[in-house]
Design a binder for this molecule. Structure first.
Ligand code: FES
Ligand SMILES: [Fe+2]
Length: 485
């Protein structure tokens, strides 16, 4: 909670005053949306593209969000650069124009030879952003043509974990400082070596935060993803003493309730395996089909302890070991999963504030990026990420396949999530429904995220915001934390 109104901070519309209660206007008010456009998005690190999308010198891709367009360019020896996409003459975007009125841009090409040519009067810029041609120079006053003043305006960009991250704020702490130790943990898992297998996208009629928050707790699994619930017993039974609910699905080696209560070992392993299959099919990745097959080969393994609660983590360790060996033997750049799961463990979900998250399992991941299109609409992308033998990587996926949110072509688990998100947005408008009521124990991430947003809207010093951001990587079912502002 923002501690004082007299600290020179801006007033936040519909602020969070009770960390367990989220005022509903934050999800539909034009005023709140505009506050985010003005005070949140220009100061945060945004995942602009995956580096595999711009592998060659001169490759560029456009990134758009909340009315801004940026060109991310591979300049070869000069590294990855980003330019604000506006000609220095009269402001026309120098690239990406065929799609400027599409939902979120994403045009791409190679500018090594041609550079960027403004479609209005033909001014040119090279991949380093330098102006190389002004048509009819003699028509301009000399002071209008100061060379440095004609170059494309650079946008701050950093690369990490296989992606380019942009920030409009030159004063913001670095990407690494904002995200914190999570970066090292992801690097240890060779996340930069992952490649997209596919990318689907949809327009959801919901606020972007509603969409993010659908992935911040496992509390919804019992009702929203009943197939996952029935494969394994209840985790919340143990944790919270309720009589319904299950865990989030968890990551490798998470013990589930079905491992207790006298079930035989084989029965428990079968249930765990079934859960893996459902996750793999349900996400069309994340726990990749090739990894499921390796796990299947260990169902009959001998020598495990009789007690399932002891055996299951050991069994998951054996799967991780076999995945490491077998995929490495195929030439995939998989790290030693047994080692990195101990030295740099990752959570079942890892958030990179504000609009990107990764769902790791063994060596493959799912990832999500969500961009607002207005107070009650967002563009929602899902990527399946996996590794390939070096030199056998497929052509990069350059654009998502955009489907209606209720399309049967979405993998089953996201489709189940999409069934709730738009109707929740409608429910928030109900008379008398003033705030969301959070569980302090398993919906804390939602509170933490929302209060960090308030920090940006209020203008809390960025070093403090970065420190708070470091706390947010988190797993499903995080607790409400003190963000120290
Ligand atoms: S606006 Fe680009 S050349 Fe005129
Ligand atoms: Fe879900």
């Amino acid at each position: 909670m923002l501690k004082s109104a007299d600290t020179g901070l801006r007033a936040v519309p519909f602020p969070i005053e009770d960390p367990e209660r989220i005022p509903v206007e934050r999800y539909f008010s034009e005023e709140f949306y505009q506050a985010e456009v003005e005070h949140l998005w220009p100061h945060v690190w945004q995942m602009a593209c995956r580096l595999e999308q711009i592998p060659e010198e001169g490759d560029w891709i456009e990134y758009q969000n909340v009315g801004k367009s940026v060109l991310v360019v591979n300049t070869g020896a000069g590294g990855i650069k980003a330019w604000h996409n506006a000609c220095r003459h009269r402001g026309v975007p120098v690239a990406g124009h065929p799609k400027i009125d599409s939902v979120v841009g994403g045009d791409h090409g190679n500018c090594k030879q041609s550079g960027f040519v403004c479609p209005f009067h033909g001014w040119r810029f090279d991949m380093h952003g330098e102006n190389t041609f002004v048509y009819g120079k003699q028509l301009f006053s000399e002071r209008q043509l100061e060379h440095a003043d004609l170059n494309l305006i650079p946008c701050r960009v950093e690369t990490a974990i296989g992606a380019a991250w942009i920030n409009f704020d030159d004063e913001a702490p670095s990407f690494r400082d904002c995200i914190g130790p999570l970066i090292e943990r992801l690097e240890a898992h060779n996340v930069d070596k992952l490649r997209m297998e596919w990318c689907y996208a949809t327009v959801l009629p919901a606020n972007w935060k509603i969409a993010m928050e659908a992935f911040m707790e496992g509390y919804h699994v019992m009702k929203t993803h009943p197939q996952l619930h029935s494969a394994l017993g209840s985790l919340y039974n143990d944790m919270y003493g309720s009589d319904t609910g299950t865990g989030s699905g968890g990551g490798p080696g998470k013990q589930q309730k079905s491992a207790a209560d006298g079930a035989g070992l084989r029965e428990v392993l079968d249930a765990q395996f079934k859960h893996m299959e459902l996750l793999s099919e349900g996400m069309a990745g994340m726990l990749h089909a090739k990894e499921v097959e390796i796990a299947r080969g260990l169902l009959d393994v001998e020598g495990l302890p009789e007690n399932p609660n002891e055996a299951v983590p050991i069994w998951f360790g054996m799967i991780a070991d076999q995945i490491t060996r077998q995929l490495q033997a195929r030439g995939e750049p998989v790290p030693n999963l047994c080692e990195v799961n101990v030295s740099h463990p990752v959570n079942a979900v890892e958030f990179l504030f504000p609009h990107y998250f990764l769902l790791p399992f063994f060596s493959s991941f799912s990832s999500y990026r969500i961009r607002p299109l207005g107070p009650e609409s967002c563009f929602f992308e899902i990527y399946s990420l996996t590794m390939f033998p070096e030199g056998e990587e497929p052509e990069p996926v350059m654009e998502p396949i955009v489907l209606p949110y209720d399309s049967p072509d979405f993998p089953p688990i996201p489709r189940q999530d999409y069934s709730n998100i738009p109707i929740q947005q409608v429910g928030l408008h109900a008379r008398g429904f003033d705030f969301m009521r959070l569980s302090k124990d398993c919906e804390g991430l939602i509170s933490n995220y929302q209060r960090l947003i308030d920090g940006y809207l209020a203008g809390v010093p960025q070093e403090k915001l970065a420190k708070a951001n470091n706390l947010l990587g988190g797993n499903f079912d995080g607790k409400i934390c003190d963000l120290d502002f």
